[in-house]
Every structure is written in structure tokens, then in C-alpha cells.
Write a new protein. Structure first.
Length: 688
């Protein structure tokens, strides 16, 4: 289908409109919005899409509550009170954009790198994410943003081991006889995979959950290995030890389709089950039994998720786990292998979409979004470059979600920092804006989506007209480009056309328009005969690319930055998994979902609570050298001794003292991928 034909598609104001869930979840559901007289009545899963199968999660099934929320931002706002006070006045779009353009133009005339975009996956869409926005910032010459806050360590680990963010096809988990669910609360965060796992379980498969928290998913598996946070690589290496000493190996697959086995063998043989058990806080017998199951069951599969990589050694942990299927030849079966992310399978034309050529010869600095607290407080210097003078935030809520949020707040509170926030609601971040620009929701704009849990492309068509004066992100950046005198034709491309530009000839747009989704054409067992997208074409147990960077070419266990037992003052490890009915900080303001969650909670083991005189339901202080956070204690069997769970991510303004769990997390980074270490955090807990 041509750009023109897609752009000419009319907006239906009655009937059913096919769309896509925009949120940061592996499932990327296809949905259908029912519209009557221009009003969205309900949002349901598209029954024709096999991965959605008519079912949406609790959060997105209430999406109309989000679009028609009484606190929805519908007009541009300009700050009239102190930063953080949340006091604004209504202004017109032209007045807002004129002033924003003038401020950005003046800063850019001095040094465009003093301007920084800040965005992530408030929408996963390729169009309302990084299309027109990246064109604008590339042309401007602004600082680049290293988008690391969720998945960069695990993503880099897959690239170094498998060659890209690729894996087995999710639908074939239903045929597996053994499924390891590693670092994933699939019931809450990967609903449609969980349905496949349940199908496999009914057909006789064994389900094993590996997670520091006894999640809803762990409760429904046959076995739960409740290891300490950040020790996953040690467990994976001990499993390798047992595979080797018991010869549960596919020697032919190793010889033909892997690289570096002898070196990996030598390392793994140092990791006896007893050594790993001491590190992980498990029983050696559990490790031996799991190794036997993995080594002798066919087909066997691993559903790995990103919780594993949120500690210092997270990248190494993902590398170690990703080696396991190649050792046993699990990839030979379509129901065997590992899946962390399927996003590397998609033929996205990012150069056409984002236009890095607009930079020309300029090479702006890159700022890591995970250290935004330090970076906003950093003065100009030869090493750092200019001080950040302007921040444009879209698709993100950094004041709530970025680590060490005390510093983030201090940075956003700078009176000399010009901040523009594109938002649907007045979030914690929006409270610190100089201008808030009202953004459309998924029901009101065009977009196109990949997934990281399946291999379909899903098209989102607008179902209703934008509410109030809200505008898509793309429209805002087009208008700013026009005001700054950017005349390249790419700034006039409309959103429907951008949906086509995203894939060029790599997607069936006629099928997308007809049914809302189309599938990539991939083999059922993509690595049955090797063919990994690494430089060698093999699964690289040893990464020469890492070695050239001065890093260890083999996966290994790296102790946490803040390992259990390393501090007398802060003896408890804290992880901060998402509350079941929120998605990062999204949906926190949807009252029906917030009512289910109740209040910010800290799960603590009964023994740890008793030792501190903490009763269930009591308000507690959770603290370390970075800050203090008050919330309600839940004495819970979900927590193992020595580990607490600060369920997130609540908006700070909805917390007991105007903070949230990220007051305690650090800006330290992972071993690879420059990612944050949210689950590598020591604290103490006391009655408030």
C-alpha cells in the first residue's frame, strides 16, 4: 500500500476500529475499540490476533478510563508558580510553541548540545516514539539520549551471545515439556505467554520459576527457586557445571554452532552446585535437580525477563542463561531455546524514520538517561560539555521512574532549566515543567508497533478525534521544526505515512489495514541449524567483541555493587518490582486500578519484621545513604529472609511523604549496556 493510500484512510466515528496496545509489555496486544457517535465505548482484545486471542490485561481493558479521565490534560499550560508546585495557567498553542521555539533557538545559538530530549516507552510506537522527534533533535544538533533505563544490559548481552535481540517464537512454548520462567512474573507482565505455559502444563510440561520474590507466577509453577537478587549468573554457571560433568550435552550442536566451548567449560567447572548454592541462597540439591531436568528433557525452553539484568552483573547473567540452550541443543526444536526479546527480528528502517543524516558532520555528546539526576546537576566542563539548559520530556516520567530520585528532583527544580513536558496527565515530572503540552492517547492517533514477546507488526488507527486541544507528539515536533526554520520535506510527512516509512517494503500494509496486524515470515525453529546473527554465525559463548573492549569474553558471576552482607548499616537487599496493576508509573492515576493496589507497600519476611518490631500494616521508614521512603509494611511469604520488595512505581505525589521507592535506588550502572541497577540496593527498615 502506498503512503498516499494509507494517509487517505478516513477516521470512522462509528463501529469498531482496530488498534494496538502502546504500553511497555512483551505482548503488544491487538485491540478493537467500539465507537458510537465519536465516543469510545469500550476497548477489547482483537479475537482475530492469535497472540491476543481476544484478551487484554486488567490495565488496558480499562483504557477508556485513561482517555476520558477527568484529570486528562486538554490544553497547553504555562508555569506560574515555583517549580514543583504544580501551578499553571492555560495558554494557546501558538503562544506556547512560539515561546518554546524562541527559548530553544536562543540556547541552540550558543550550543545546541545544551538541549536534551528525554523519552522512553510511555508509548512503544515507532511513530509517536522516535520518528519526528528524532528528526527534530538531529537537525537541531541536540545532545543524544542513551535510552538505557529498562532493557539495555539484557539487550547488549543477547547481542554479544546470540547476535541480536532474537529468540524462539513464543507460540511454541505451548509444546515444551520443561519451561524455566526466569526473572518474570508472567501472570502480571506477560499474560499471553502465561496462557501458553498453562497449556503446556495441562499437556504434562513442568514449570519452574526462578525469582527472588514468590510471585503469583511462582505460586502456580511446580517449583520455585527463590535465589538472592543478582545471583542468576552463579546459578546458570552451576547448571552448566552439571551439564558438563554428567555429559548432558549436544556435542554435535556445540561443535557446529557455538564458539568458545572449551573456555566456557573451564569456567563452568569451577562453579559446583555447592559454591553456587552458597552465593544464591539455595540448596545444592535444587540446583542438581534443575540441571538434570534441563539436560534430559526435550523440548525445553526458557522465558527470560528483564528483572534478571537490573543488578551490577545483569548483562553477564543474561549471557550465561542464553548459553544454556546451545549446550543441550535445545534450539533444534521449535519448542526449545530462550526468549528474552524478539525485537531484533523486525526489519525496521530506523534511518528513514529518524533521519540521523540530518546531523551531517556533527557528533553530539550522549547522556545516559539512567544518570539524569547527576547530569542535570553537573556544571559545564571540558569533559561533560555544556550544562543542560533545556529538557524536552515526552513518553516518560523521569521524576518518578529514574533512580536516586532525590537528585532527579533537585535537577528538575533548577530555575535556570527550561523544561517542556508532553503529557496526558500532570505527572510528577509535569509538576516541574515550564510548559506542559497535552498529548493524545492511543485511541486518538496513528502508530505502528513491533513487539518484544512475539513476531507480529500491529497497526494502530485512530478511533476518535483528539480530546480537547491535545495533539500527537509528531504534530508538536513538526510545529517546532517549522518555527525554527527547518525546511526539509521530511518535517512535513504525516503520521500515516510515517507508519509506512517505519518498514518500507518490509511489511504487508494491505494486510495491516485489513486486519490490524501482519506476521513476520520466520522459521519455526530459527536456530535449529545455527545461523545466529553473530559475526561468527554461531552462539558465542566467548565474545571476541567484548574482549576487544577490555571486558571478559566469557560470562561470569559479578557480585552486586551492594551485595548482601557487605554493609552492617544496611543489611537488607531491596528489589522494586512493579505493582501488578501498574506499568512502571503508567496507570497509577487510574482510580479503579489504584484502588486495587491500595497503597505503596513494602513486602518483608516475617523473621525480618519481627527482629525490627514491625507489625503487618504498620508504616515503616525504608532508608539508606541516598534517602528515605515511608510506606506500609506487608509481612508476607512472598519475601525471603534478608530481602524486601518495594512495589512500584507510585507517583511521588501519591506517596505518604511525597517520595517513592526510587528515593533509595542508585545511579550505578550494569556491567554492560550502561543500564540502571534498580535491584542492586541495600536498605534498612524501621518502624516510622
Amino acid at each position: 500500500m502506498s503512503h498516499a493510500a494509507l494517509a487517505a484512510a478516513t477516521l470512522p466515528f462509528n463501529g469498531e476500529v482496530r488498534g494496538a496496545c502502546p504500553h511497555d509489555c512483551p505482548d503488544t496486544c491487538a485491540f478493537v475499540t467500539t465507537v458510537r457517535d465519536g465516543v469510545a465505548i469500550k476497548v477489547q482484545g482483537n479475537p482475530a490476533h492469535r497472540h491476543t486471542d481476544g484478551a487484554l490485561c486488567t490495565k488496558v481493558s480499562r483504557y477508556t478510563e485513561r482517555s476520558y479521565h477527568p484529570e486528562r490534560l486538554l490544553h497547553p499550560l504555562r508555569r506560574v508558580g515555583p517549580k514543583g508546585s504544580g501551578r499553571f495557567e492555560r495558554v494557546g498553542w501558538d503562544e506556547a510553541l512560539d515561546e518554546i521555539a524562541a527559548r530553544l533557538s536562543a540556547i541552540a545559538a550558543r550550543d545546541p548540545e545544551a538541549i536534551l530530549p528525554y523519552s522512553y516507552c510511555g508509548t512503544m510506537g515507532l511513530v509517536q516514539g522516535e520518528s519526528m522527534a528524532m528528526r527534530f533533535f538531529h537537525k537541531l544538533g541536540a545532545s543524544l539520549l542513551d535510552r538505557t533505563i529498562c532493557a539495555s544490559a539484557g539487550g547488549e548481552a543477547l547481542v554479544q551471545t546470540l547476535g541480536a535481540k532474537v529468540g524462539m517464537k513464543v507460540e511454541f512454548f505451548a509444546e515444551a515439556k520443561l519451561i524455566l520462567i526466569w526473572g518474570s512474573n508472567s501472570i502480571a507482565s506477560n499474560l499471553h505467554f502465561w496462557r501458553l505455559a498453562q497449556q503446556a502444563k495441562r499437556d504434562g510440561a513442568r514449570l519452574v520459576c526462578i525469582d527472588p520474590r514468590r510471585t503469583e507466577t511462582a505460586e502456580k509453577c511446580h517449583e520455585h527457586l527463590q535465589l538472592r537478587p543478582g545471583t542468576d549468573a552463579a546459578l546458570a554457571l552451576a547448571l552448566m557445571h552439571e551439564l558438563i560433568v554428567n555429559d548432558w550435552l549436544d556435542h554435535d550442536y556445540i561443535a557446529r554452532h557455538t564458539l568458545g566451548f572449551e573456555a566456557l567449560r573451564e569456567r563452568a567447572l569451577r562453579w559446583t552446585p555447592e559454591r553456587a548454592a552458597e552465593v544464591c541462597g539455595l540448596e545444592a540439591a535444587q540446583i542438581r535437580a534443575l540441571a538434570r531436568e534441563w539436560g534430559t528433557t526435550r523440548p525445553a525452553a526458557i522465558r527470560l525477563n528483564y528483572g534478571v539484568q537490573r543488578a551490577r552483573g545483569g548483562g553477564n547473567a543474561v549471557r550465561a542463561i542464553a548459553c544454556l540452550p546451545a549446550l543441550t541443543g535445545a534450539w533444534r526444536h521449535r519448542a526449545g531455546g530462550v526468549l528474552l526479546s524478539s525485537s531484533g527480528h523486525y526489519p525496521i528502517d530506523r534511518a528513514a524514520l529518524q533521519r540521523p543524516d540530518l546531523l551531517r558532520a556533527r557528533r553530539p555528546r550522549t547522556i545516559n538517561m539512567s544518570t539524569i539526576g547527576d547530569d542535570l546537576l553537573r556544571p559545564a566542563s571540558p569533559e561533560f560539555g555544556p550544562r543542560v539548559e533545556a529538557l524536552i520530556v515526552y513518553n516518560s516520567n523521569p521524576v518518578a521512574v529514574a533512580p536516586e530520585s532525590g537528585k532527579v528532583v533537585a535537577g528538575f527544580a533548577r530555575e535556570d532549566l527550561f523544561t517542556v513536558v508532553l503529557e496526558q496527565f500532570q505527572t510528577d515530572t509535569a509538576d516541574y515543567a515550564d510548559f506542559i503540552l497535552p498529548a493524545t492517547t492511543q485511541l486518538e492517533h496513528w502508530d505502528i508497533h513491533t513487539a518484544y514477546g512475539h513476531t507480529d507488526i500491529v497497526l494502530n488507527r485512530p478511533a476518535i478525534a483528539p480530546l480537547g486541544e491535545s495533539r500527537p507528539n509528531t504534530a508538536v515536533f513538526r510545529e517546532l521544526a517549522r518555527r525554527l526554520g527547518f525546511t526539509e520535506p521530511c518535517f512535513a510527512e504525516d503520521d500515516a505515512s510515517l507508519c509506512v516509512t517505519a518498514f518500507g517494503e518490509g511489511a504487508d500494509y494491505a494486510e495491516l489495514m485489513a486486519q490490524g496486524f501482519t506476521s513476520l515470515h520466520l522459521p519455526d525453529a530459527p536456530f535449529a541449524e545455527g545461523g545466529f546473527p553473530t559475526p561468527s554465525g554461531r552462539c558465542e559463548f566467548f565474545s571476541e567483541r567484548l574482549a576487544r573492549q577490555g571486558m571478559d569474553g566469557l560470562p561470569d558471576h559479578l557480585p552486586n555493587h551492594e551485595a548482601i552482607g557487605s554493609s552492617e548499616r544496611y543489611p537488607l537487599a531491596m528489589i522494586s518490582p512493579p505493582a501488578r496493576n501498574f506499568l512502571n508509573s503508567t496507570f497509577v492515576n487510574v482510580k479503579s486500578l489504584r484502588d486495587i493496589e491500595g497503597e505503596p507497600l513494602l513486602e518483608i519476611h516475617a523473621g525480618d519484621a519481627a527482629a525490627r518490631g514491625i507489625a503487618d500494616g504498620a508504616v515503616v521508614r525504608v532508608f539508606n545513604d541516598r534517602g528515605e521512603y515511608r510506606c506500609t509494611a506487608r509481612v508476607s511469604p512472598r519475601a525471603r529472609p534478608g530481602v524486601v520488595h518495594g512495589l512500584g512505581i507510585w507517583w511521588r505525589k501519591l506517596g505518604l511523604d511525597g517520595t517513592n521507592v526510587n528515593e533509595l535506588t542508585s545511579q550505578k550502572l550494569t556491567d554492560m549496556g550502561r543500564g540502571p541497577v534498580f535491584y542492586d540496593c541495600l536498605v534498612e527498615v524501621r518502624p516510622a
